[in-house]
Design a protein around this ligand. Structure first.
Ligand SMILES: Nc1ncnc2c1ncn2[C@@H]1O[C@H](COP(=O)(O)OP(=O)(O)OP(=O)(O)O)[C@@H](O)[C@H]1O
Ligand SMILES: [Mg+2]
Length: 249
């Protein structure tokens, strides 16, 4: 299954979720591929030591049949990576002039998907050509939402863009509450509102606001390695289990 971790809003926990779900799946023995679609390359730094020529630009710009050449082994067992790199912004511009430009990722993934049980796409915080490629390629969208003012702004635009790109009305998506802070009542009101409108689409697992997760991501480490007994690690393991039980539609 190909899962895009996406939200056009920045800083909501997309990369933290992509990295920790991917490492948790890999730790359960699942062959997993993490694809970093963000020029900031943060997910890449969490699971790769040195920069490599094999990267997402090669993955989406070269012929799809050459896609495996752009895949790298990560520092963890069962986890491979299509790394991002500084040239991805330029690649996105070049992509705009290509034929079937929104389908390039999907076509490249067809050539590697047999090797993996799970493929996780870490999307950039912009609803542009790179995100469009992910929205078309994914079987399921996981949309991290940080409760707070304007938490759901952009959600409808994201879903509408996906419907238009895929020419499908029924989009498989789930909402993940991230950075949940039990102490803030305002936060809870927003979660209630989300629940009301998207009851069937909410993931049961909630990711709490946690210093361990914050520090792990800032240190470019999966929380499993950075703080193995932290609550954040257990919450992402629980999320991984929930994902393994999911029937997207
Ligand atoms: N559960 C959490 N508790 C506390 N801090 C968190 C949590 N999850 C993520 N963070 C912190 O919030 C910030 C944003 O997280 P992250 O980079 O995962 O978001 P993002 O949506 O990928 O951002 P961008 O839109 O820039 O790609 C980071 O500094 C990270 O350390
Ligand atoms: Mg990110």
């Amino acid at each position: 299954m190909i899962i895009a971790i996406t939200n056009s809003k920045g800083g909501v926990g997309k990369t933290t979720t992509a990295v920790n779900v991917a490492t948790s799946l890999a730790a359960r023995g699942r062959h997993t591929l993490l694809v970093d679609l963000d020029p900031q390359a943060h997910a890449t730094r969490c699971v790769l030591e040195a920069e490599t020529e094999r990267n997402i630009s090669r993955f989406i710009m070269d012929r799809p049949s050459q896609a495996t050449r752009a895949v790298s082994e990560s520092t963890l067992p069962n986890l491979d990576l299509v790394p991002s790199g500084a040239d991805l912004t330029e690649t996105a511009e070049l992509l705009s002039a290509r034929i079937r430009r929104e389908e390039r990722l999907s076509r490249a993934l067809e050539w590697v998907s047999e090797d993996y049980q799970h493929i996780i796409l870490d999307c950039p915080p912009v609803l542009g050509i790179l995100a469009y490629n992910a929205l078309i390629a994914a079987d399921l969208l996981i949309i991290p939402v940080q409760p707070g003012v304007g938490a759901v702004v952009g959600l409808d635009a994201l879903l509408d863009a996906t419907r238009e790109l895929r020419d499908e009305e029924d989009i498989a998506y789930r909402i993940l509450i991230t950075m949940f802070d039990i102490r803030t009542t305002r936060t809870n009101a927003i979660v209630d509102e989300l629940l009301e409108e998207n009851r069937k689409r909410m993931l049961k697992t909630v990711i709490s606001k946690s210093e361990a997760l914050n520090q792990a991501t800032l240190a470019s480490k999966p929380v499993k390695l950075f703080a193995p007994s932290s609550r954040g690690r257990h919450e992402y393991d629980a999320l991984c289990d929930e994902i393994l039980r999911l029937r997207p539609r």
